[in-house]
Design a protein around this ligand. Structure first.
Ligand SMILES: [Zn+2]
Length: 307
């Protein structure tokens, strides 16, 4: 697939307190992977505007995040979720880069766009910032595809090791979006049980036990997610591309390796080609061992390009 990378420079200026696992070095690792995969990132994007944010988030949450933005030092939105002076711009520009990714695949400039941004987004609910996430980048991009581009159906596939509770909370109100998450069960944020299917039946949750390795994870993706994706026939596939299901990741306990991310990139690209006119937008979420993150992101990006 012809692949572009959107890596807003502002993503390097979001600084939770020292020792926080979600630090700028993660993005630097992903940018090394981008270079190693032979790609060059676009780095300048317009920040998402208020109307784009309000497709996903309630005004009160948007006001809260803007008000919490510090002039110096750091402020906490909860025990995990922090803002430094550069965080608001980083989060708004991440969302802008995600929407620009949607625009690029709709315009035929690329088949796949990988959005290398931070902070991550998939834990941010319509009314609550949490889990390192301020605004829900992938949901804002999906809503942009539906509202601005008029697509009938989009799918968001979440392969981060943590359940994408924020994206699910939005998709539960948006039956034009199929949301499917595979994650380690019974860890943060505590949601994502298989019985959570949403009142419109457009939610798929596939929790995996600790220690699950690549072969079982791949089978679950094929049987639980790709089969449903095929039946849904989306016009665009978006991916919450977290790399923290890797065996080396310190925050969780699944046991994927680099090659599993190559497989995932290839499988998701193939699904986008089958149903979505090769429209694929992937958004970076977690991944907290920088060496594993760099290798996994390179494997994923290389697989997109050769798919
Ligand atoms: Zn995660």
């Amino acid at each position: 697939m012809r692949t572009l990378v959107h890596a807003p420079a502002a993503g390097l200026s979001h600084h939770p307190p020292a020792g926080h696992p979600e630090h700028a070095g993660r993005l630097e690792a992903v940018l090394r992977a981008v270079t190693a995969a032979g790609l060059t990132a676009r780095t300048e994007f317009s920040p998402a505007g208020r109307a784009a944010l309000e497709r996903v988030h309630v005004p009160g949450l948007i006001n809260q995040v803007f008000a919490a933005s510090p002039d110096e030092g750091e402020t906490a939105l909860d025990a995990d979720t922090w803002m430094s002076p550069g965080s608001l711009e980083a989060a708004l520009t991440a969302a802008g880069a995600g929407m620009a990714g949607v625009d690029a695949v709709m315009a035929g400039e690329a088949e796949a766009v990988f959005v290398a941004a931070r902070p991550p987004g998939h834990h941010a609910e319509p009314g609550r910032a949490m889990g390192f996430c301020l605004f829900n980048t992938v949901a804002i991009a999906a809503a942009h595809a539906l509202s601005h581009h008029g697509l009938a159906r989009v799918a968001v596939i979440d392969i981060d090791v943590h359940h994408g509770n924020g994206t699910q909370a939005w998709a539960e109100q948006e039956p034009a979006c199929l949301f499917a998450s595979i994650h380690q069960g019974w860890i943060y944020p505590g949601t994502g049980a298989a019985h959570e299917t949403g009142r419109h039946g457009n939610i798929i949750n596939t929790p995996m036990p600790a220690g699950t390795a690549g072969p079982a994870w791949r089978r679950a993706v094929e049987h639980s997610i790709l089969t449903r994706l095929d039946a849904f026939e989306p016009d665009m596939v978006l991916v919450s591309a977290g790399f923290d299901a890797h065996r080396d990741d310190p925050l969780a306990g699944l046991s994927l390796d680099d090659e599993d991310y190559a497989w995932a990139g290839g499988a998701l690209a193939a699904a986008a080609r089958r149903h979505a006119n090769s429209r694929l937008v992937c958004v970076l979420e977690g991944g907290y061992d920088c060496a594993a993150l760099e290798r996994s992101a390179k494997a994923f990006l290389s697989a997109l390009q050769t798919a």
